[in-house]
Design a protein around this ligand. Structure first.
Ligand code: 5AD
Ligand code: SF4
Length: 479
């Protein structure tokens, strides 16, 4: 069993070259070596996930692998023999949270000297972070990246049997592995990876480095997974990719994502969602398919990042304010009921007051249903991190507060439009606080808390909306 140490600082030139190269992505099979199969017998694992849906889905694979090795899950780190943190690198505060957590969990080693601390995910793909972990967090004895989840059995074997510190971070993405075990965390909603990586290289973003080149899964494999999920009783699936619109470009799949969406819809699973879509390659065919199929949910996450043309250009976003608005209105014209959410970054290097104002103007025009707003966070190795920045943190914080007040006001107005309407809600579960109160999501992805008598998690029920808040709706079940 060999480890392949070696990690590389994110390198824009090297990484970008990969997009011009034709790369053959090999499909390969996951196997657990026989000597490792009972490694987790009698042992418990605690897994914590940070960050986006891609990480959530990776954690389902990690849990699946660990349980094949006979580990059992526990709810609290204090009960565990293995603590595994699946980390996020998108902004510095996400990383600080993880480092704080590793520091505070170190105390558990005193009462359990054999405790294994593992760190994986996007932070493990960053050279500077791995160096800090190796030097300052000596209790972390297992580190692996996003490209080699399938190597977890061998890496754990090295730590548990070989009593070594095991570090394996590959700076190049690997094969698309199809038969990895999975323990789905949800019973009614499931994530389905359709592709890995990102080739867009927005200048602020670490993802193209931590998640590697875009690689699509074969359409037949994706559709087979969805058929199985339907058979297993799942009601909703979310197709996942950093930019789902790019699906199939690397494999030259005719029709690309629109075709995959349509084939997915035909399987007849009740609810289909997808995330995330880059405005640059959101095709008319996609709009058409979403509009034509009732089981593709009328909800689109369409990150704009900024409303200013100059900033968009420096961010490398490949569209202007006007082009974004054209797409936005095209979607709304074809599907007036479609909810649209967005991501926005404030305080990109040297963003002026006037440029920020352009973002506010765009928010006022679009009146998004929901928005995820962030202060720009420099990420080592990305082009934007090398730019000098004249904007103070106070100014950035003030802009974020102003932006939030602005979009919240419109989100509330959007929710008011639901008052008195009857909507279909996929029930997530019962309220922990109140009897006969349930919660779930509408087709447009609005959170609804409602009263009802004959309700079970996983049902799709009709609910009349009786009150609205900024981030949720209240209602009562209609029989
Ligand atoms: N700083 C702040 N926000 C970022 N995002 C990505 N990179 C950064 C960064 N360096 C935001 C973008 C993206 C979302 C997932 O995270 O808005 O759409
Ligand atoms: Fe990052 Fe841009 Fe890719 Fe999204 S599309 S993951 S923001 S590089």
């Amino acid at each position: 069993m060999k480890t392949q140490p070696g990690w590389a600082l994110p390198n824009l030139h090297e990484a970008q070259k990969r997009t011009q190269k034709e790369v053959t992505i090999e499909k390969s099979l996951f196997q657990i070596p026989s000597e490792v199969r009972t490694l987790g017998q009698g042992k418990k694992y605690y897994l914590r996930t940070y960050g986006c849906q891609a990480n959530e889905r990776d954690s389902e694979t990690l849990a699946g692998i660990l349980e094949e090795l006979m580990f059992t899950p526990v709810e609290h780190p204090e009960q565990a023999d293995l603590i595994l943190l699946n980390t996020c690198a998108i902004r510095k505060n996400a990383e600080d949270k993880v480092l704080g957590e590793i520091g505070s969990l170190k105390r558990l080693k005193r009462s359990n000297p054999d405790l294994i601390f593992g760190l994986c995910g996007c932070m493990a793909q960053e050279e500077d972070v791995v160096q800090v972990l190796l030097e300052k967090y000596r209790h972390v004895n297992l580190i692996f990246g996003t490209h080699n989840l399938h190597r977890l059995p061998e890496l754990l074997y090295e730590v548990m049997v070989g009593h070594k510190r095991s570090v394996e971070v590959l700076s190049k993405e690997g094969d698309v592995i199809e038969n990895l075990p999975v323990r789905r965390f949800g019973k009614h909603k499931a994530w389905v990876n359709i592709m890995y990586g990102c080739d867009k290289f927005c200048t602020y973003c670490i993802v193209p480095y931590t998640r590697g080149k875009e690689r699509s899964r074969a359409m037949a494999d994706v559709l087979q997974e969805i058929r199985q999920l339907k058979q297993d009783g799942y009601k909703e699936i979310t197709l996942l990719g950093q930019n789902v619109n790019s699906y199939g470009k690397d494999l030259h799949i005719e029709g690309g994502f629109a075709k995959l969406l349509e084939e997915t819809a035909k399987i007849g699973i009740e609810r289909i969602r997808f995330t995330t879509s880059h405005p640059w390659d959101f095709s008319d065919e996609m709009i058409d398919v979403i509009a034509r199929y009732d089981n593709i949910m009328p909800f689109i996450h369409l990150p704009v990042q900024s409303g200013d043309d100059e900033i968009l250009k420096i961010m490398g976003r490949r569209y202007t304010n006007a082009q974004y608005l054209t797409l936005f209105h095209k979607i709304k014209e074809r599907m007036p009921e479609c909810a649209i959410s967005t991501d926005i970054i404030v305080g990109f290097p040297n963003e002026s007051e006037g440029q920020f104002q352009h973002t506010l103007d765009l928010v006022k025009e679009c009146q998004f249903d929901n928005a995820f707003t962030f202060i720009y966070s420099p990420r080592e190795g990305t082009p934007a991190a090398r730019m000098a920045d004249s904007v103070s943190l106070e100014v950035k914080q003030r802009r974020l507060a102003e932006l939030n007040a602005c979009w919240n006001q419109y989100a509330h107005v959007k929710n008011e439009a639901y008052l008195g309407k009857v909507v279909k809600v996929l029930v997530d579960g019962a309220s922990k606080k109140k009897a006969n109160v349930w919660s779930g999501y509408t087709e447009t992805n609005k959170l609804v808390n409602f009263t009802g008598e004959h309700v079970t998690a996983g049902d799709i029920v009709k609910v009349k909306i009786t009150a609205c808040k900024t981030f949720s709706l209240d209602g009562e079940q209609i029989l």
